[in-house]
Design a protein around this ligand. Structure first.
Ligand code: SER
Length: 295
């Protein structure tokens, strides 16, 4: 009797959680892809396998959307191949981060927003648009399509690095200001947070990130990049400008490219008004099954 009652209570809680899923993850994904396809002429390219197809990719598993596009950044695509026509692309990449440079294992289970396996929504420019257009599109999608309030968004940019002789990314800072973001919501950070590379060598560049403040009382700035579940990074806009050969040797790329990554699980949680990715329809059916099977 007790067991049956427990089961009924659990079902009710799960159903209650379900009905709060105002924005199912499949709609979050669809709106992203449609926005770039229909409003900005991007071509949809399916996710590549989580097992890298080419040898020497530098990772055991696909750890970012950019992996399948690496030859495009390096100008190494054979003429006449399908990829040679890619200019503007949109995708949703399945990623695994369990080792190497981008290893999330230490965070999984300790916070509400890191997973070993996750899905990254991305828009790409291969020698086409660059910083201004990508910032403008990101802001428009978040505020006009997903209707996130501007005052809850924080924007970070690269403050430069003397060792690598890299200048601060004042251009990104200026673009956000020109797009009407108050100075207090635009923050500089260093290599760890605002310079992105796939591995120890290869294409890389400064990035500008968008963080979401779950609290919304105006005090989010001090929690950006502080591992707080109150303010989480949702979107990383990387500006591929360099090729790294050794730890301290970067050469400018012939063309400039854009690589963005927006966490599907995080955005779905944000749109649901929850701090926890586990509280979304991407996870709750799994928990329900585990509860049922394990009683
Ligand atoms: N490559 C960047 C990342 O993985 C943006 O897509 O965060």
């Amino acid at each position: 009797m007790f067991r049956v009652r427990q089961k009924l209570i659990r079902r009710a809680v799960v159903n209650q959680t379900r009905s709060r899923h105002a924005y199912p993850s499949k709609d979050v994904r669809r709106l992203f892809i449609e926005y770039f396809q229909n409003q900005h002429d991007h071509l949809f390219v399916p996710s590549s396998s989580v097992i890298p197809q080419r040898k020497g990719e530098g990772t055991y598993f696909t750890n970012a959307g950019m992996n399948q596009f690496k030859p495009l950044f390096l100008g190494a695509v054979p003429p006449g191949s399908l990829m040679a026509n890619y200019k503007r692309v949109v995708n949703s990449q399945k990623c695994i981060r369990v080792g190497g440079k981008h290893n999330d294992l230490d965070d999984v289970g300790h916070d509400l927003s890191h997973h070993t396996f996750f899905e990254m929504l991305g828009n790409w420019s291969f020698g086409d648009y660059f910083k201004r257009e990508s910032c403008k599109m990101a802001l428009e999608l978040l505020t006009d399509v997903y209707k996130l309030p501007r005052e809850r968004l924080y924007f970070t940019y690269f403050h430069g690095d003397a060792t690598l002789n890299l200048p601060p990314d004042i251009e990104s800072q200026t673009i956000w200001l020109e797009l009407g973001i108050p100075e207090s919501q635009i923050l500089p950070f260093g290599m760890k947070d605002n310079f992105w590379d796939m591995g120890d060598t290869g294409p890389c560049g400064p990035c500008t990130e968008i963080h979401y403040d779950h609290i919304g009382e105006g005090g989010g700035a001090k929690l950006v990049n502080m591992d707080s579940s109150d303010v989480v990074e949702i979107w990383n806009l990387v500006f591929m400008q360099y090729n790294r050969f050794e730890i301290l040797f970067l050469r400018p790329l012939a063309n400039h490219h854009v690589d963005t990554g927006l966490g599907l699980e995080r955005l779905t949680a944000v749109l649901k008004g929850s701090k926890s990715n586990y509280d979304t329809d991407l996870f709750s059916p799994l928990f329900e099954t585990i509860h049922d099977v394990s009683n």
